[in-house]
Design a protein around this ligand. Structure first.
Ligand code: UGA
Length: 439
């Protein structure tokens, strides 16, 4: 099939590359010249395991091309994917200026073309309910008739995006057109050969599904975070409670890990957007307000523990940090708990020294107060009063504990991701604080 993908950010680049991998011809469009030049020169502009090999292979086979020429892309594709940013507005709602701006340009181009060929315009960006209708209206205002708008949200996790795209749990397609369903089904069938469903629904249900899935997962994590804080008070171990709960097939084992709050470019934004839309439609989802509030507090839970340990005074203490990214296998710093933690530590007069395997360059845009970035895992520990673990990178899971002890001023660890066994840490002679577990 002939496709174009408008916007070569995270979703656009992964989707474009994976569609090309299935034998489709994909034209990716972006107006950021710097990004475009990098892509044309064969540079993958995001950090995503497994993407590079597919990217190069499909460029070589000439199935994947990059341009800033929207007109050329529209004229040479049957399905147009909108993979544009929908940043959070000041009031929490999603800002649709990019989506609507491109929709207008598509309208103009199709009009110039005399509305000759049938096109499907797909909203892949996370957009509030009603956006498919709004995009349809924009195109209709240009007199365009030979088209359908489809809502087709993505469920890609950073770090696993290629895997999630190539083998999705489900594909959600929202449309009112039989023809569009048929074409979209044909496009996606090769991705669900193992039998996972392609779910057809009206656009509104599809749009809500995306927000519902992310908000539900955010709520689940938040429940575990509050439960963990409670477990500490009553000598329960949240790890054991998690296993006890997760074994119930109605609950399931995944996404029950407590920590220092969810971050990233999706959960915080989508929770707030759903709060906002539900209020606008006079049907507020009250639960989500609490989820958002609790999550903000949870981001600082390690600082609270640190202050408690040091009798509320961490002035001039050297605090080592392992992990800055909002989760492992990504260099993404958006809404990472580390940003809030480091800012707070700075406010309290502590000196921060940190290491992350991938996110240090990006971190510099978010936290300019960090005094020290280290190129090696053990360097920040040198003469530090405590170590904080903020991201569960695999390389932190089995460290040289003797080396850690010899470098740290105190054998003191605050683990925001529960990566070590509490009994083992006690045996090794560490003072070890984690989330929802006490020795
Ligand atoms: C999330 C969803 O998982 C994807 O399905 C969705 O497509 C994506 O948002 C999106 O809307 O684009 P992502 O933001 O990449 O993906 O990250 P997750 O792996 O879901 O993790 C989100 C946050 O939850 C992280 O901060 C992580 O540390 C935290 N988390 C996750 C927990 O604290 N506990 C858990 O058990 C799981």
């Amino acid at each position: 099939m002939k496709l174009s993908v408008i916007g070569t950010g995270y979703v656009g680049l992964v989707s474009g590359t994976c569609f090309a991998e299935m034998g489709n011809h994909v034209i990716c469009v972006d107006n950021n010249q710097q990004k475009l030049n990098a892509l044309k020169n064969g540079q993958v502009t995001i950090y995503e395991p497994g993407l590079e090999i597919l990217f190069h292979r499909n460029i070589e086979k000439q199935r994947l091309t990059f341009t800033d020429d929207l007109k050329f892309a529209i004229q040479n594709s049957d399905i147009i994917f909108l993979c544009l940013p929908t940043p959070q507005d000041e009031d929490g709602s999603a800002d649709l200026k990019y989506v609507f701006g491109v929709a207008k340009n598509i309208g103009k181009i199709l009009k110039e073309n005399n509305d000759k060929d049938y096109k499907i315009i797909v909203n892949k960006s996370t957009v509030p309910v009603g956006t498919s209708k709004a995009v349809t209206n924009i195109l209709s205002e240009f007199g365009i008739k030979n088209f359908d708008v489809v809502s087709n949200p993505e469920f890609l996790r950073e770090g696993f995006a290629v895997e999630d795209f190539m083998k999705p749990d489900r594909i959600v397609i929202g449309s009112n057109s039989k023809k569009a369903f048929e074409i979209m089904r044909e496009l996606y069938e090769p991705f669900v050969r193992q039998g996972n469903p392609i779910l057809e629904m009206n656009p509104e249900s599809s749009e809500v599904t995306k927000y519902a899935a992310n908000s539900y997962l955010a709520m689940r994590i938040t429940f575990m975070n509050e439960l963990a804080n409670f477990c500490e008070k009553v000598s329960a171990n949240v790890d054991l409670v998690r296993k006890g709960m997760g074994a119930d097939s109605r609950i399931g084992k995944r996404f029950l890990f407590p920590g220092i709050g969810y971050g990233g470019s999706c959960f915080p934004k989508d929770v707030n957007a759903l709060i906002k839309t539900s209020e606008e439609f006079n049907s507020p989802i009250k639960l989500l307000k609490v989820v958002d509030e609790v999550n903000r507090q949870q981001k600082l839970v390690l600082v609270k523990k640190l202050l408690q340990h040091f009798n509320n005074d961490i002035k001039n203490k050297k605090i080592a940090i392992w992990g800055l990214a909002f989760k492992p296998n990504t260099d993404d710093m958006r809404e990472a708990p580390s940003i809030y933690i480091i800012k707070e530590l700075n406010k309290l007069g502590a000196k921060v020294s940190t290491y992350d395997p991938a996110a240090m360059e990006n971190a510099k845009f978010y936290v300019d107060e960090i005094p020290e970035y280290c190129n090696e895992q053990y360097e920040p520990l040198n003469n530090a009063d405590a170590l904080l673990i903020l991201t569960e990178w695999n390389e932190f899971r089995n460290p040289d504990f003797d080396k850690m002890k010899s470098l740290l001023k105190n054998p003191l660890i605050f683990d925001g991701r529960n990566i070590f066994d509490i009994e083992k840490m006690e045996e090794l002679g560490f003072i070890y604080y984690s989330i929802g577990r006490k020795v």
